[in-house]
Design a protein around this ligand. Structure first.
Ligand code: 4HQ
Length: 415
């Protein structure tokens, strides 16, 4: 990956490229960094790169020296980014997208800014590093280089450290401690000293959640919740005979396809089980036989059989979860009816993080079984309860609440 910084203050940027983690990455050839000064492309004899703003005000960077500097460093795949408070606010999702590029050209403004025509003609994107005003674009450019570089393989030590990042999952980090275990009378939390990895992981999860809910509730909407839900997430498909029963008349390969799809959707969202409610014993038996046959046929279908549970009714589903989790599930119905207990999915995310209970998403369940809260069915009244509607409604809902793991930010031309 290559970074080119266009700046009238090359010394400052060059010094950074020789220092610390970024310096080492350059030495190892993991990233390539170059700096170009627009002054080298300005008209002699004065080599002026700025001029008075039309209409009054301070100085503005001239378009031509910047354009020539960009042309000089440009490569076919290069993306040109201007650093500016008017740009798109940099966050980890944008960093991840930028990390997929081969070459970024970062143009640093100064004074009042850059001639708008340069931005219009050359910039693929304007990026801001925060809602405050700096004296120049150099620090923002280096922030981009730094954040993007550490997503390049090998730049930071352990890759698990990168994946464990706060923000990688859209949540804040837990606190960290090192020796001594007592410093000025302040103790390290006991759980971290006992060497119980499970207990440590669970403490860290809870700390992350508590910090995120209290300090940055605004980021919960986009967070990937699966790693933070300690009790299981379940999908209960009520009245499954409508899709699996004999009257549905679906050929076996369609039933198999349905089971595979509903499982992969549920697995992606971190579900522990998909529970199908089937009143008739004969159909339950049919599905069980089908699953065990599948498990024998295809190695990968082993887990399929494990993931699916068939029970006659909601009571059995709920008591089974309760037994397994030692706690009764929070029931969430996916429904197109406009119930009084309907909540927004954003609010549901907050609630799920706030308590330590299993969560059961219920689809196609009887009204009397809907005891918890309701979520708007993504298909609304157009959900006819068949396998197509069902897979869509369940997939969108689970992805929205639990998923959204890799939220891509498109980085084509902004204008
Ligand atoms: N500036 N995020 C003004 C910034 C900035 C920011 C850079 C100051 C551009 C003309 N850049 N110059 N915040 O404040 O990116």
């Amino acid at each position: 990956m290559r970074f080119s910084v266009v700046t009238a203050f090359p010394d400052f940027v060059e010094a950074y490229f020789k220092t610390s983690v970024i310096g080492k990455a350059v030495q190892k050839g993991l990233i390539e960094c170059d700096v170009v000064n627009p002054r080298m492309f300005a008209e002699p004899p004065h080599n002026q790169i700025d001029d008075y703003a039309y209409g009054g005000g301070g100085m503005v960077l001239k378009a031509e020296p910047l354009a020539r500097a960009v042309d000089f460093v440009k490569s076919p795949a290069a993306k040109v980014i201007c650093l500016s408070p008017q740009g798109r606010l940099l966050n980890q999702a944008l960093v991840e997208s930028l990390a997929t590029e081969q070459h970024l050209i970062l143009v640093c403004g100064h004074y009042e800014g850059v001639d708008e025509r340069f931005i219009q003609a050359y910039a693929d994107m304007e990026v801001s590093v925060g809602d405050y005003v700096l004296t120049g674009g150099e620090l923002p450019a280096l922030i981009v280089v730094d954040a993007v570089s550490r997503r390049v393989e090998g730049v930071v030590g352990k890759s698990s450290a990168v994946e464990d990042d706060s923000f990688a999952k859209g949540m804040l980090d837990h606190p960290h401690y090192t020796r001594p275990s007592v410093w000025r009378g302040l103790k390290v939390p006991e759980v971290l000293l006992n060497g119980d990895h499970g207990a440590v992981a669970s403490w860290r999860r809870r700390e992350s959640i508590a910090r995120t809910l209290s300090r940055r509730p605004d980021i919960v909407g986009n967070a990937f919740l699966a790693p933070y839900i300690e009790k299981g997430v379940y999908l209960i498909w009520g009245d499954a005979s409508r899709v699996l029963g004999d009257e549905a008349g679906l050929p076996e390969e369609v039933v198999i396809k349905f089971l595979k799809n509903i499982i992969s959707v549920s697995e992606r969202a971190g579900c522990r089980k998909v529970i199908l409610l089937l009143k008739e014993a004969a159909i339950r038996q049919k599905i069980r036989i089908l699953l065990s046959r599948l498990a024998k046929l295809e190695a990968e279908c082993d887990e399929y059989a494990e993931m699916i549970k068939v029970v006659p009714n909601m009571d059995r589903a709920v008591s089974w979860i309760k037994e397994k989790e030692k706690s009764s599930p929070y029931m969430v119905a996916i429904t197109s009816e406009n119930k009084a207990n309907r909540i927004h999915w954003d609010e549901l995310k907050m609630r799920i993080l706030g308590f330590c209970r299993p969560v059961a998403f219920c689809y196609q369940c009887k009204a009397e079984d809907m005891v918890g809260v309701c979520l708007r069915n993504p298909l609304g009244v157009n959900d006819s309860g068949d396998i197509f509607s069902g897979i869509i409604s369940v997939a969108v809902t689970l992805e929205r609440i639990i998923g959204l793991e890799k939220k891509e930010v498109p980085i084509g031309r902004d204008r």
